[in-house]
Write a protein that binds this ligand. Structure first.
Ligand SMILES: NC(=O)c1ccc[n+]([C@@H]2O[C@H](COP(=O)([O-])OP(=O)(O)OC[C@H]3O[C@@H](n4cnc5c(N)ncnc54)[C@H](OP(=O)(O)O)[C@@H]3O)[C@@H](O)[C@H]2O)c1
Length: 385
């Protein structure tokens, strides 16, 4: 039984013909998983920006299409870009047929906004080329996140970081989308931070296959089938068996023993909160969940904050829903938030290891392809209009 506070936004799912299986699962059947023509809204607007999606065939790229449609984002034209492998493939979107083009240095002529999700090296090479052409790039990779002068933005948290960047200026610019675990964590931690100032944060993540892209999701699906059939699981994306297992996040391990994903949480939090002093530590784990990350977050505050006040603050926070039903032992799950915009928070409780009301534990779940990537980027794009 779900508590009455649960009111996540539902979305229609797109079917992209050449990606023959849904890239997400949800508790209830969704219209987008069928092969039937999907219901569309017409977003084509003469006075809207021209938009390009770089990496449209990927897990995040597909979600860009879905989010643009769900939010009725106004655009006058849409350019779909991917690698040479995908060039020439067609897809139908909002009742129009598009041919995917190969990303080249000439792709950004007359493109106002480019949503990038094709990996860090592609962003590094083509991001500056697009900016040079006057395009505003919203980049999902980690390529520019920590660069000084590049805004790193969660619209609900630090919209002021991109103040002054507007489409009508006609000038190119680069805006970075934070790491998915950082976005999900800070969506819940920031409203509490605003009230009581977080001095230290300990994050443990349970990260889904989708965070590693479409091929990782396929690997989990295939391995699950293989293990159930008594076969040796095929490991291509990850070195270790993923199905019926979990392991330390696959990001490279650094000389300090942290992996890159963990250090992103540390560094990006400081940049987004504009606070060099906040102490953050993290342990990031990949779990065999198809879609949506979960995170256990322990917070230490400068000023006291009791759990009831925290629950109330979170209940009123934009983009956050509270699922915290102790009587039913029902708290957020990755399935609850899959294909949803909102981040769900529960297990809101006083940390008994800290004296007074200076510590809280919370458990957060968020769809990292959606709020952790595509939705956050489209929200940034909306702020440019
Ligand atoms: N998955 C997430 O939850 C998530 C969250 C936040 C940020 N991100 C970031 O978003 C980016 C993409 O992630 P993803 O999960 O969507 O990966 P993915 O499913 O593997 O998709 C990768 C995309 O990049 C394209 N691509 C690869 N090489 C290219 C090239 N040389 N030129 C043009 N396009 C190229 C691919 O096109 P082809 O199909 O033609 O190969 C595909 O569209 C990464 O930087 C990732 O770190 C992902």
């Amino acid at each position: 039984m779900k508590p009455p506070t649960l009111s996540l936004h539902h979305h229609h799912r797109l079917t992209i013909p050449f990606l023959h299986r849904p890239t997400s699962i949800s508790l209830s059947p969704s219209p987008r998983v069928s092969n039937a023509p999907f219901t569309v809204r017409m977003s084509l607007k003469e006075d809207g920006p021209s938009v390009a999606i770089v990496g449209v065939t990927g897990a995040v790229g597909q979600e860009f299409l879905s989010v643009l449609s769900d939010r009725d984002f106004p655009y006058r034209s849409l350019k779909l870009l991917a690698s040479k492998r995908s060039a020439g493939k067609t897809l139908t979107y909002e009742n129009r047929n598009y041919t995917i083009e190969e990303l080249t240095e000439n792709s950004f002529h007359d493109v106002d906004i480019a949503l990038f999700s094709a990996g860090g090296s592609i962003s590094k090479k083509f991001g500056p080329i697009a900016v040079e052409k006057g395009t505003i790039v919203v980049d999902n990779s980690s390529a520019f996140r920590m660069d000084e002068g590049i805004p790193l933005v969660i619209p609900e948290v630090n919209p002021e970081a991109m103040e002054g960047i507007k489409l009508k200026s006609g000038k190119g610019a680069l805006i970075a989308n934070p790491n998915c675990s950082t976005i999900i964590c800070l969506m819940a931690a920031t409203p509490l931070h605003r009230r009581a100032k977080v001095t230290r944060m300990v994050v443990s993540t349970y990260q889904a296959a989708s965070g590693a892209g479409a091929a990782a999701m396929e690997e989990l699906e295939q391995q699950t089938r293989e293990v159930l059939e008594g076969k040796e699981p095929t490991c291509k994306i990850f070195k270790q068996q993923y199905a019926f297992n979990l392991f330390s996040h696959n990001a490279p391990v650094l000389s300090n023993g942290y992996n890159e994903e963990e250090m992103k949480l540390v560094k990006e939090t400081r940049k987004i909160w504009n606070n060099k002093d906040v102490k953050v530590t993290a342990t990031c784990i990949r779990v065999p969940v198809m879609r949506a990350h979960a995170e256990s977050v322990n917070l230490q505050f400068k000023t006291p904050l009791d759990e009831n006040t925290a629950r109330e603050i979170l209940s009123n926070a934009p983009g956050v829903v509270v699922i915290d039903d102790r009587a039913a032992n029902y708290f957020p799950t990755p399935l609850d938030v899959s294909n949803k915009d909102d981040v769900a928070v529960g297990r809101i409780r006083q940390d008994v290891s800290q004296d007074g009301n200076y510590g809280l534990d919370i458990f957060v779940c968020g769809d990292q392809i959606r709020k952790g990537a595509a939705l956050n980027a489209v929200q940034i794009a909306e702020m440019l209009l």
